[in-house]
Design a protein around this ligand. Structure first.
Ligand SMILES: [Fe+2]
Ligand SMILES: [Fe+2]
Length: 252
């Protein structure tokens, strides 16, 4: 009876019905299930028994916007990160302040971890994703912004974000590894590049401001090495991360 179903059972039933409308079996990876505090792992045989006559998805997910055959960074912005207002506004803020192209690019990319991949440790993930394609200083700064966001720097007018006090509680203390990485970044020759990301890391400088992705086409063109095979189909150390973003539900 419907009334006896738990929330999880209802969600499962809905997912099952939606799957019946597709001609492939789409499976959530363990990580997605962990986000629902679900430790269940269903093997291939059980899945096919549940969806007779269907095959596992081994390509594009028909429910997601189709990506071009040779995607660029801007395609990921359009088809996977959109609307990306926070990134566009932060980059615009840096641009308006007359920052270098490195800082503008770093601001544009600083939170792709959050908006495209995973929140937890997003600075570390985002940095790894872009490292093969950008100046080492940009990748380093994106990694370091993760820790620097939690520590003020009066010399540039950066205060601990009020929003963090609201989100995490006034008594929140970053983990020991964040404190360690902050201390190391403080002494690093590129400290100020990462610090400037935090200065321009704004949630909204003008609630009505609409920043177009195209405003950054030239800066991206000059500072992001777009692989000719398409971002994700190249053989860089992080190409697989881009492919996973392109096709997050491939069976293997
Ligand atoms: Fe961030
Ligand atoms: Fe941010």
């Amino acid at each position: 009876m419907a009334t006896a179903m738990t929330m999880a059972e209802r969600a499962d039933a809905l997912e099952h019905r939606k799957m019946e409308e597709l001609d492939v079996i789409i499976v959530k990876s363990r990580l997605f299930n962990l986000a629902d505090a679900d430790l269940e792992f269903v093997g291939g045989a059980a899945l096919q028994a549940k969806h007779p006559g269907k095959k596992m998805l081994m390509g594009d997910d028909p429910r997601l916007p189709k990506m071009p055959a040779k995607p660029t960074l801007l395609d990921y912005f359009k088809y996977r990160f959109a609307p990306a207002a926070h990134l566009l506004q932060s980059a615009k803020h840096a641009l308006k302040a007359g920052m270098s192209e490195k800082v503008v690019l770093a601001s544009l990319l600083h939170d792709i971890g959050v908006i495209g991949f995973i929140r937890s440790d997003h600075g570390y993930w985002g940095s790894q994703m872009v490292a093969p394609y950008v100046d080492e200083e940009v990748a380093w700064a994106i990694r370091a912004h993760q820790a620097l966001r939690f520590y003020p720097d009066e010399s540039v007018g950066y205060a601990y974000p009020e929003l963090y006090a609201k989100y995490f509680g006034a008594d929140y203390k970053p983990d020991a590894y964040i404190e360690r990485d902050y201390q190391a970044a403080r002494k690093h020759k590129w400290y100020m590049t990462a610090r400037l990301i935090t200065v321009h890391d704004i949630y909204s400088f003008d609630a009505n401001a609409k920043v177009e992705l195209e405003e950054f086409t030239d800066i991206v063109g000059r500072n992001f090495r777009q692989p000719k095979e398409g971002l994700g189909f190249d053989d860089s150390p992080s190409a697989h991360m881009w492919r996973t973003l392109m096709r997050p539900t491939r069976y293997l």
